[in-house]
Design a protein around this ligand. Sequence first.
Ligand code: 4NP
Length: 151
Amino acid sequence: MTKILMVCLGNICRSPLAHGIMANKLNTKNYYVDSAGTASYHIGSKPDRRSIEVALNHGIEISHQRARQFVVADFDEFDYIYVMDRSNLSNILSLSRDDEDAKKVHLFLESNPNISDKNVPDPYYGDILDFENVFNIVDETCDIIASSLED
Ligand code: 4NP
């Protein structure tokens, strides 16, 4: 079983989309996908209603997800930890205990050569179009990552 963790700040906008989209692309017999936030603000909350809506418009159900905060034990549990932006990257790396932990952490958009800004934009203070944009960026990138994992 290969385990993948998607990480953003609040675990209500970007990483729930990445979680739902990636889980939808991989065979759940061989892959486990989860998500977490670096911050504690939204622990226990459902994804933002706009993430739920945009995902559902693309046939993906994420409303059962509940936000949680990243914990150091996630370094033991997961094989790949994908962070949505450089701020998440420095926060997660600061929690790593050794090189083995740090090697699991990847800036999500480093996998996508078509996008030059390597931060998935935070749509929290935006509108539904910002969430749609995040969906498209994340969907394209999950396709690339899923193909490389399955190689
Ligand atoms: P996310 O978006 O990191 O994509 O879940 C945010 C969610 C909440 C906040 C910021 C970003 N917040 O400040 O509460």
